[in-house]
Design a protein around this ligand. Structure first.
Ligand code: AMP
Length: 374
């Protein structure tokens, strides 16, 4: 395959969720077709794609069939096995490279990578045995957060340890071992930066945004984050250096904490478009999805700039899905729905964005007013 990908080439996307759906829509505007690999019959991405390969992410025959129908492979879902990734990479260009996904798939590999890249994080220890957990708690102190190293998301697979009495039950419930123990960060806010890097090393990052969670699920993103200039520069710098150190092709999100003293600490890397970047569809000349498609297709990258400030609100679960008619009826809200048939609790069903002139993101009262329909 030659890069840049010519128009009408086919981009293969592993995963059928809303990140895939919005990537497909961005790819279509650039004249590309998308083929989705998903086990789900009626998936958000599959509904809008050119084609779907229906099957298991780990099944070699399915992966071969998928690879045969595409020009380049990318992901909206990262938890593909090493064997699956290697098989895909033996057949077609895979962007970002399997090595990038391996870093983000395992919290210990991820934290070790961040340490080696000189990026500050919460203090952490690898914990394989109960005795190691006891020793790690002495070093790190309480409170601390004990997490599984793989397949944890939206707060699943973690426990807060307030004192020695919490160790045994947390250690027994969290699985598989080893686990990772992290210092608890009493953060002032949670932020993220989305960075895009092309195959030629060209790199660009959006400004840091603030993320507010409810029940461990992203609820609201404020763009830009209302943090000090120094913290905002630090956060962008971290994301740019992570993208460079990973030799990334595509976009990635770095989730970070800002503590009371203004220190910025990286928590997690997601090597794909990210929920905290949905606002870029409406507030930027080129969204995170367009930058991702451009990067993996070998096109030039426009700067990650915004023409507007924005508030993004996720619609999660049956209760918020039921707000859809009100979202549609409220002037100024930009609606996005993902095509999911069933609104289960905790499921991201859609989102909406409200724009403000650049530099005019309101304070807390204004933000509450912007979300007023709720
Ligand atoms: P994670 O699965 O690492 O993204 O964590 C999910 C959420 O748990 C984060 O968004 C934070 O709100 C919280 N959290 C995770 N790690 C820590 C930590 N070390 N200190 C304080 N809060 C944390």
């Amino acid at each position: 395959m030659t890069f840049p990908l010519p128009p009408n080439s086919t981009i293969g996307i592993v995963g059928g969720g809303q990140l895939g759906r919005m990537s497909v829509l961005a790819a279509a505007r650039l004249g590309y077709r998308c083929q989705i690999l998903t086990p789900e019959e009626d998936s958000p991405a599959g509904q809008v794609a050119w084609g779907v390969t229906l099957g298991d992410y780990e099944h070699p025959a399915t992966l071969r069939e998928f690879a045969a129908s595409v020009d380049v492979v990318t992901f909206e879902f990262e938890n593909v096995s090493v064997e699956g990734l290697n098989l895909l990479a033996s057949l077609k260009p895979v962007r970002p490279a399997p090595a990038v996904l391996r870093v983000s798939q395992d919290r210990i590999v991820e934290k070790s990578f961040l340490r080696d890249a000189g990026v500050p994080t919460a203090r952490w220890r690898r914990v394989g045995l109960m005795s190691e957990l006891e020793a790690a708690c002495v070093e790190i102190g309480f409170p601390a957060v004990l997490k599984t190293t793989r397949l944890g998301y939206d707060g699943k697979g973690q426990a807060i340890l307030l004192g020695p009495q919490d160790l045994a039950s947390a250690f027994a419930t969290l699985y598989p071992k080893p686990l990772i123990l992290e210092e608890f960060i009493d953060f002032a806010c949670e932020i993220s930066v989305i960075v895009a890097r092309g195959s030629d090393g060209q790199v660009t990052a959006f400004d840091a945004v603030e993320n507010r969670h409810r029940d461990h699920i992203l609820d609201v993103t404020l763009a830009p984050a209302q943090i000090s200039e120094a913290a905002a520069i630090e956060a962008r710098g971290i994301a740019l250096s992570v993208a460079g150190a990973l030799d990334l092709i595509g976009v990635l999100a770095v989730e970070m904490f800002v503590d009371a003293g203004g220190r910025v600490l990286a928590n997690e890397i997601a090597p794909r478009p990210h929920n905290s970047g949905h606002w870029t569809i409406d507030a930027c000349p080129a969204s995170q999805f367009e930058l991702h498609i451009r990067a993996i297709a070998g096109l030039t990258l426009p700067a990650a700039t915004r023409h507007s400030d924005a508030v993004m609100k996720n619609l999660v679960g049956p209760e918020e899905a039921a707000l859809w008619p009100r979202v549609l009826a409220t002037p100024g809200l930009i609606p996005h729905l993902y095509g999911k048939l069933e609104a289960r609790p905790g499921r991201k069903m859609g989102h909406f964005t409200r724009l403000f002139p650049r530099g005019a993101l309101p304070g807390e009262f204004g933000i509450q007013a912007a979300l007023d329909i709720l």
